[in-house]
Structures are given as C-alpha cells and as structure tokens.
Design a protein around this ligand. Sequence first.
Ligand code: BTN
Length: 284
Amino acid sequence: MTTRVAFLSRHERFRSVPSTNDIVRNWLIAGTAEVCLAVSDEQTAGRGRSGRSWVAPSGAALLLSLGFRPDYLAADRLWRLAAVVSLAMADAAEEVAGLAIGKLRLKWPNDLVVEVGGGLRKIAGVLGETEGVGSADQLAVVGIGVNAGWPRADFPTELADSMTSLSEASGRPIDTDQLLEAFLLRLEPRVLALRDGHFDVAGWHDRQVTTGRLVRLEASGGDAEELRAVGVDGASGALLVEDPADPGTEREVLAGEVVHVRLAEVHGETASGSPASGRLDVTP
Ligand code: BTN
C-alpha cells in the first residue's frame, strides 16, 4: 500500500499478530535483507521495555517494527537505529497531526511525549531488540507503537494520567496510513545517512525534553536518584546528568542502568521510562 519506499526490502501489513517485533525478527533470522517492515492493526502480545506489556485497541495506534542488518554500525552505535525511528516519527506525527514543529519531545531514550500542564504524557514508545551484537551479522529490530486516533475516554484507567494520543493532542482525527507514509518518507534519509556514517546529533539533542531539568532515575532494583539532566551524548547515546548539589560533576547514564526516567519536579508523572536489559536501547 505504501509507495516511494525504495529502502524497504519487505513490507507486510497484518490485521492481528502477537508482536510485530517477533514477525520482523523471524524474517531477519530467515535471511531477509534490511530494511523490512511489519505493520499490524492489533497485537495480542505487544511488548514494551523492561518486560512491560504494550496494549492498544485495534486500529487506535500505529504499530510497526523495522528489521535491520546494521553491518554499518559499531555495536556501541546501534542505539542510533532506535533514535532515528523516534526522530522520523516525531517529524511525521507533527505534520500529520498539524502540531507545531518541536511540540513532540523525546524523553530519553526514545519515548515520544508532549508536555501537558507541566507534566509529560506519552504518545509513543520504542522497543529495540538485537541479536548477534558485534558479530558479522548483527541484527536489530526496532518497534514503535504510536497512540494515534485513541480517544481519551478509552484510555486504560491506570495509564490515563500518563499517556495521550495524537488525536487528543491535536484535536484532529489521525489517519494511520498517512502517518505511516509520512514516517517512511522521513525515515529513509535518516537510515541512508546512518549507512554513510552520519547521525543527526543536533536534531536528537534538540528534541530532548529533560535537558536542564531535574529527573528521577529508577533502577530495576528499586533504587532511585534525583539528578539534573544536562544533555545527551551523541557518541554513546547516554543521558548526561549531574548531582544538583555538586554542579559540574557530570556523568553518563546508559539506558540499561535504569527502568524509569521521570521529571522529578512533577509529582504523578508516570510516563514510562527507560529499558533495563538486553535491548537495543540498552546502549541506550
Ligand atoms: C515502551 O515504551 O515500553 C516501548 C513500546 C514499544 C511498542 C511497540 S508496538 C510495535 C512493536 N511490537 C511490540 O511488541 N512492541 C513494539
């Protein structure tokens, strides 16, 4: 259905699958070239980061996964695949929803969020998974779920304060086919640039919502720290933080070290945070 996507080796649309990440992973393992794309109206076992599930009513979200064979990226740069997916989706979603440029922000590492009343509401999440990292045939799957035409009245109660959708943020109906088309058009040059050794560090930096703000970082064991986010590192993909009581002592946090990143000054902000383990976004 989608045209002008010469960089796609395979593209299939499904009505319902367990997880589009698994579809694409199986294609890669079977030898499919990059970039392959699976899109589904519904997932019955959608995965989020840190072992969380990812749910969306049929047709209310754009659910897709992309498969890569990134022999052009060093193992410690694989995080850039997830970053280009979120950046391309931010650009596409702003255009299709008629939102101002820059309205959608990245909450490190890859959540797409909007600021609402001083808090953050999540619109999209990204799950990166890898196999054979560092080998001659490393594989990467990047899945993204975008809350598209999902009315607030239908949000799950436990997520209603932390999530929103493009239709709620814009007041417009969202056509997921149009969003997919707009996304692919923006993703292609970003992937081609990665193959040429280029990554939009400035664009990635500018989208970050946490820079300059106090954040609460929660580790998988339950330990939490409140630190000031001072930026992101375009080489390692890390979040750069400093102790507010000891400015100037900057250190790096990799996504695998924390399961949640929240704005510390906003109580009740529960937009889900960063991944824990074994995932593409671990680095981050
Ligand atoms: C997160 O924020 O926790 C990441 C959510 C990723 C969800 C997407 S939907 C398409 C793809 N298939 C999955 O099972 N998960 C990702």
